[in-house]
Design a protein around this ligand. Structure first.
Ligand SMILES: Nc1nc2c(ncn2[C@@H]2O[C@H](COP(=O)(O)OP(=O)(O)O)[C@@H](O)[C@H]2O)c(=O)[nH]1
Ligand SMILES: [Mg+2]
Length: 297
């Protein structure tokens, strides 16, 4: 349906989900337009929470478990789906899994295709978080794909990064390799029903002590909800503290720079796609790219 700019703005101001859904679509299709619309709306600071960890550790399940205990909250959920290399379309798995909550009045769930963005997260994720802040949610949970660069990049988008581990695999080694250790604000060992989870807890505790990192570790069971209350409380306390001590404002300043960088990076990537390399060497390609970039800016 065709919606005018002022219809979308008025619709969002009056709390109409339909218009908010439209804004989220615009975030994905036309980030510049989305930024323009967002700049005309009032923003309410929400806690932006990234959840990262290998596929299968329980990222979607833990968000579900949190939703189960959050009837009194307005929450946004962004699932960054892996793109199919053949069609570019988003897979529907996460959307389906969270469907039991999808019709709830206070939860807003959205999948975004990662579209194989080179060198990090799609700028749309920044815009989508900003959009959620115009719609007055308390928190936004961002589930990463669980592989590669976007998982580390989530630290540029989120106020708090939860690194999720499970005792199923050799996760702790993988995590160290992938640099997830550096970005974790909170560690959660999920699948606490697995007897190996206690061993993983001690191992991680040792690693953190040796590297002098004071990062909390939680044990959860996303199926039964064990440990979830504790995690929710910790997230709330952390957000209040960040608001109070100014660290949130600091993070948000850096975030704006990263957002601008993501937008520019995407533009540059597009310019490189237009360069015909038939008759050009590397130096000429660079010159051609710089010329095109300067013309565009
Ligand atoms: N036993 C057990 N299984 C879990 C737990 N949390 C998630 N799972 C299962 O682990 C599988 C992967 O979960 P999912 O949330 O899709 O992981 P994601 O890929 O990280 O989003 C699913 O079959 C879940 O039912 C848990 O705490 N205990
Ligand atoms: Mg998932």
């Amino acid at each position: 349906m065709q919606m005018s700019e002022s219809q979308i703005l008025d619709g969002i101001r009056s709390g109409n989900r339909k218009y908010f859904a439209k804004l989220l679509s615009i975030c994905e299709d036309d980030p510049a337009k989305a930024n323009h619309l967002i700049s005309n709306l009032e923003k309410h600071t929400a806690h932006l929470i990234g959840i990262t960890g290998s596929p299968g550790v329980g990222k979607s399940s833990i968000i579900n478990a949190i939703l189960d205990k959050s009837d009194d909250k307005r929450l946004g959920i962004i699932a960054i789906d892996p793109s199919s290399p053949f069609t570019g379309g988003a897979l529907l798995g996460d959307r389906i899994r969270m469907q039991s909550h999808a019709t709830s009045k206070n939860f807003f769930i959205r999948s975004f295709a990662s579209r194989g963005t080179v060198g990090g997260l799609s700028p749309s994720i920044f815009e989508a978080c900003d959009a959620f802040e115009t719609f007055g949610v308390d928190s936004v949970f961002i589930e990463t794909v669980g592989v590669g660069q976007s998982d580390v990049e989530i630290a540029n988008v989120a106020d708090t990064v939860i690194v999720l581990l499970s005792p199923d695999g050799g996760d702790e080694i993988q995590m160290m390799k992938a640099g997830l250790m550096e970005i974790a604000d909170i560690f959660v060992i999920n699948k606490s029903d697995n007897p190996l989870s206690k061993g993983l807890f001690s191992k991680l505790k040792n690693i953190l002590e040796m590297s002098k990192k004071d990062i909390p570790i939680f044990l959860t069971n996303s199926i039964t909800g064990d440990g979830i209350d504790n995690l929710i409380k910790t997230l709330e306390k952390r957000f209040s503290l960040m608001l109070e001590n100014g660290s949130l404002a600091e993070k948000r300043k850096k975030r704006v720079v990263k957002h601008a960088q993501a937008i520019l990076r995407k533009k540059i990537d597009r310019i490189f796609e237009t360069i015909n390399a038939d008759r050009l060497n590397i130096e000429e390609i660079e010159k051609e790219a710089i010329r095109k970039i300067c013309n565009k800016l």
